[in-house]
Design a protein around this ligand. Structure first.
Ligand SMILES: NC(=O)c1ccc[n+]([C@@H]2O[C@H](COP(=O)([O-])OP(=O)(O)OC[C@H]3O[C@@H](n4cnc5c(N)ncnc54)[C@H](OP(=O)(O)O)[C@@H]3O)[C@@H](O)[C@H]2O)c1
Length: 302
């Protein structure tokens, strides 16, 4: 029998990747792929309609990939951040519990303060630095407070279909090439993390759910990077090998939200379940060769 899924946040990087993956799988059926304005995960009635009244009856699985992911805006839009990242996950969990559906909720490396120098394990104490991190942590707790059978997957530095760092860098590079001179690229080189391809995360998350896993799991692509490393690799893969990038410190950007300096998540728990994602460099190559790759317009004759 086909497994039935509801994907919340289906227009985001992970949501799009999940829907595509499940629509390719013969054993799975996406009964609802929903995002704003068709569902608002912070509104109980809206979530009830999405989950309890999904076509043909309640789903087997729900994935909450919806979130307020603008880390800097969260610092000033605290009510919106709390509503979507902290309160809504509890609403989604309660409705899933009522429907008898298994829930996977997605969270972030930003629940840690980045002071450690070894990859963070699931049970390590969380200590967020930002409103985004705090609200995401509250969301995790709300989900697991409803049922310890639910799954929380923490990931980091996502790229995939939609707005992301890799796309922003390639856009700037294309502008520099089009306009000749201009400000050189400047990218932070003092934060360490694991860039993660949304398509790979989608596969890993579905694998963990299919194995019946619950509780908190860390899941990222393998190997470490700074944002500078990721920018350099994206430029090299996209024909901008000659374009220099200045290495800068986080402070130079004067961003509203503090970032963890060291953001690596220990993924060995997922690995023990046979869920291992490839290196971020291999994943980045796959992304840049895919139809989701950012369109880079460098001008010149057509
Ligand atoms: N992006 C990262 O680098 C990163 C890193 C670590 C963890 N994560 C986590 O991974 C998950 C997926 O991230 P992502 O990058 O795929 O996010 P994304 O691209 O920003 O997508 C999130 C989606 O959720 C939607 N949404 C926001 N508020 C909603 C609401 N109240 N009801 C329904 N939908 C709503 C957004 O719509 P609008 O665009 O219209 O707001 C957007 O389509 C999130 O839980 C995020 O916290 C992300």
């Amino acid at each position: 029998m086909k497994r039935r899924w509801v994907i919340l946040g289906s227009a985001g990087q992970l949501g799009i990747s999940l829907v595509r993956l499940l629509e390719r799988a013969l054993d799975d059926e996406v009964v609802a792929a929903l995002d704003l304005p068709d569902v608002d995960i912070a509104e109980r009635a809206s979530v009830e309609t999405a989950v309890l009244q999904s076509p043909g009856g309640p789903p087997d699985f729900v994935v909450n990939a919806a979130a307020f992911t603008h880390v800097d805006r969260c610092e000033s839009e605290t009510d919106a951040a709390r509503r979507v990242n902290a309160v809504a996950p509890g609403i989604v969990a309660a409705v899933c519990h009522r429907a008898g559906a298994r829930l996977a909720h997605v969270s972030t490396d930003y629940v840690f303060d980045g002071r450690a120098r070894t990859p963070r394990r699931e049970e390590d104490p969380a200590a967020p630095l930002s409103v985004y991190g705090w609200t995401k942590l509250e969301g995790e707790r709300a989900v697991l407070g409803v049922s310890d059978r639910f799954l929380v997957v923490r990931t980091s530095w996502l790229f995939g279909p939609g707005r992301n760092f890799v796309g922003a860098i390639l856009e700037q590079a294309a502008r520099i090439r089009r306009e000749g001179v201009g400000t050189p690229l400047r990218v932070v080189d003092d934060q360490v993390g694991a860039p993660t391809y949304a398509a790979d995360l989608a596969e890993g998350l579905v694998a963990l759910l299919s194995k019946g896993r619950s509780g908190v799991y860390h899941l990222t692509n393998a190997e470490t990077a700074t944002w500078w490393d990721l920018a350099r690799a994206a430029l090299d893969e996209s024909g901008f090998t000659d374009l220099e990038i200045e290495r800068i410190a986080t402070e130079a950007l004067e961003l509203p939200a503090p970032r963890p300096r060291y953001s690596l998540l220990d993924v060995s728990k997922a690995a023990r379940d046979g869920v291992v994602l490839r290196s971020w460099r291999a994943a980045l190559s796959a992304y840049l060769r895919s139809s989701d790759a950012p369109v880079v317009r460098t001008g010149g004759p057509r």
